[in-house]
Design a protein around this ligand. Structure first.
Ligand SMILES: [Zn+2]
Length: 295
């Protein structure tokens, strides 16, 4: 097991991976199909995504387990296979990463809103606990709780993952720009509120993923740094904000466009950078090239 904090101390900036969801769809995952089931039914395809990011120069890759909490798998009737699917996800990324790269076990939101009483706190906690435990068993180095929008759910996930694994925990939220120009999550949480809550709950790396391109991510990092100058920040940006083209969402930013913003992102205070929706190994290659210039 490797420490992402020590790796950061050595290399100063780390490069994470690019999109999983949009990559799975390119390989044939149909809308409405469970992405995590592919860890056992389409192992080769999932492995090829993990490997493509290692080959592109990522220091860190995630796992195909974003929707792997039992609460979320329940939508597909796969609740009882949560441990198996998460362990498989971790094992695939571990195999692709070898021992010289880090693997972060991805944990996304349950899709149910606690505040609305759609699911109980205990059930959410138990689900994240089981998921994190299985990811550790499959060989991850740390846990990455991502795309969060509610504080209560993020805190449950951090506590559950810490209790289950004792590994380092990363937690990132997804923000959108409001009409008044502020950044808030879907549940109304600001970057500063996120920082306070998740660092207190025990996350060793904080940050933001999805929802935005690098221009907006730079604003968000600056916002976070106003209240926290010490905690490392992870940013996984989309390849721009999607535009509708012939009825399909297209992510507009080329690898070069993303690459041109890397220096500004790092100067704003980001420490680990990678991609989210719409990014490809070509985008990661470009990030690596730009970061190497700054090292
Ligand atoms: Zn995304």
């Amino acid at each position: 097991m490797q420490s992402i904090i020590s790796a950061l101390e050595n290399k100063k900036i780390l490069i994470s991976d690019g999109a999983w969801g949009t990559s799975l769809h390119k390989l044939g995952l149909e809308p409405g199909e469970c992405p995590e089931l592919w860890n056992v039914t389409h192992r080769k395809e999932v492995f090829s995504i993990a490997k493509s990011y290692i080959d592109a120069g990522s220091d860190i890759i995630l796992t195909n387990s974003f929707g792997g909490s039992p609460v979320r798998l329940n939508h597909y009737g796969l609740e009882n296979r949560a441990a198996e699917l998460n362990e498989a996800a971790a094992a695939i990324s571990r195999e692709a990463a070898g021992n010289n790269h880090l693997v972060l076990g991805s944990i996304g939101p349950t899709g149910s809103i606690l505040m609305m009483g759609e699911v109980s706190e205990q059930k959410v906690f138990d689900g994240f606990f089981l998921q994190a435990e299985a990811l550790k068993k499959g060989g991850v180095d740390a846990i990455c709780i991502e795309t969060m929008s509610a504080i209560d759910e993020a805190i449950l996930a951090i506590r559950a993952a810490k209790d289950a694994t004792r590994l380092e925990i990363i937690c990132t939220f997804t923000f959108n720009k409001t009409t008044s120009g502020e950044y808030k999550t879907m549940m109304g949480v600001s970057p500063i509120e996120m920082v306070e809550a998740v660092t207190k709950a025990g996350a060793s790396i904080i940050g933001t993923n999805c929802g935005n391109g690098l221009d907006e991510m730079i604003d968000i990092v600056q916002e976070i740094r106003k209240s926290d100058q010490a905690t490392p920040i992870l940013v996984q940006a989309n390849a721009g904000i999607p535009v509708l083209k012939d009825g399909e969402s297209v992510f507009p930013e080329t690898p070069e466009m993303m690459g041109s913003k890397v220096a500004r992102l790092i100067n704003s205070g980001a420490n680990v950078i990678g991609g989210c929706c719409g990014t490809t190994p070509a985008h990661i290659r470009e990030l690596v090239k730009e970061v190497n210039k700054l090292r």
